[in-house]
Write a protein that binds this ligand. Structure first.
Ligand code: FE2
Ligand code: FE2
Length: 237
């Protein structure tokens, strides 16, 4: 099964084919090597995205007891408490991404318009942080959308639009990465143009997502007890 984790070092998505076996409604996955990177990632940040039958599924990893190097993977299911928690987390993470976007813009604004020799990735920390954070957020959302669609079939058209927008942003991020990691001199004007391509429409995407997903996530049945929840959409452990 293809498992995507957040690289414990960089925060970037890391996809790995891992042998899994079904266990109840979830899966068990064992690390074949002492230092399997995907396993180390999950010990730092337990959120994973599993590709099952070609669709992304959000899952939470819990290390196995008894000295086994492996995890139990629990698929996200939307109940009342979890729906509300995801709605709250989505707002928090959008706030963090909006701040990162503003910081990256401010950083780029400090770069002279003309090309600068030696302007490199390490000088553009905010930009890279924003891109990695956004990539991880969308990837985890795509996994969560599968569970949200199951709980709220009427949201299918909204979720399809959001998935398409994630795809568009993902292509723009790849182009931006190429610029940041290129070997030659980096043109600040070209970088700014690519960055704006990513940023343009993102605010609209966030606003559409918040306006159309949050009411449904918060309008689930009442009366179920709250229980401790792990973050499903963010980048923190
Ligand atoms: Fe989104
Ligand atoms: Fe989002």
């Amino acid at each position: 099964m293809l498992i995507t984790t957040a690289d414990a070092g960089t925060g970037c998505p890391r996809s790995t084919h891992v042998d899994c076996r079904r266990s109840g409604s979830g899966y068990l996955a064992y690390a074949p090597d002492v230092d399997s990177p995907w396993y180390e990632d999950l010990l730092v940040s337990p959120q994973a995205t599993l590709e099952i039958d070609g669709r992304p599924h959000a899952a939470r990893a819990v290390p196995l007891d008894g000295g086994d190097r492996g995890v139990a993977l629990y698929l996200l299911e939307i109940d009342a408490a979890r729906g509300r928690a995801i709605a709250d987390q989505l707002l928090v993470h959008h706030g963090e991404l909006r701040k990162a976007l503003a910081a990256a813009r401010a950083e780029l604004d400090g770069v002279p318009i003309v090309g600068l020799p030696g302007l490199r990735r390490e000088l553009l920390g905010h930009c890279v942080t924003f891109c990695n954070g956004l990539r991880m957020h969308h990837l985890r959302e795509d996994g969560a959308f599968t569970a949200i669609e199951k709980a709220h079939p009427g949201l299918a058209p909204t979720l399809n639009r959001l998935r398409e927008e994630h795809e568009t942003v993902s292509h723009a991020l790849l182009d931006l990465d190429e610029l940041l990691q290129g070997k030659g001199e980096l043109e600040s004007a070209a970088l700014r143009e690519e960055f704006e391509r990513v940023a343009n429409g993102l605010e609209e995407h966030f606003a559409y997502e918040e306006a159309n997903l949050l009411p449904a996530l918060r309008a689930t049945a009442h009366g179920r007890p709250e229980r401790p929840l792990l973050s499903q959409l963010g980048n923190e452990p």
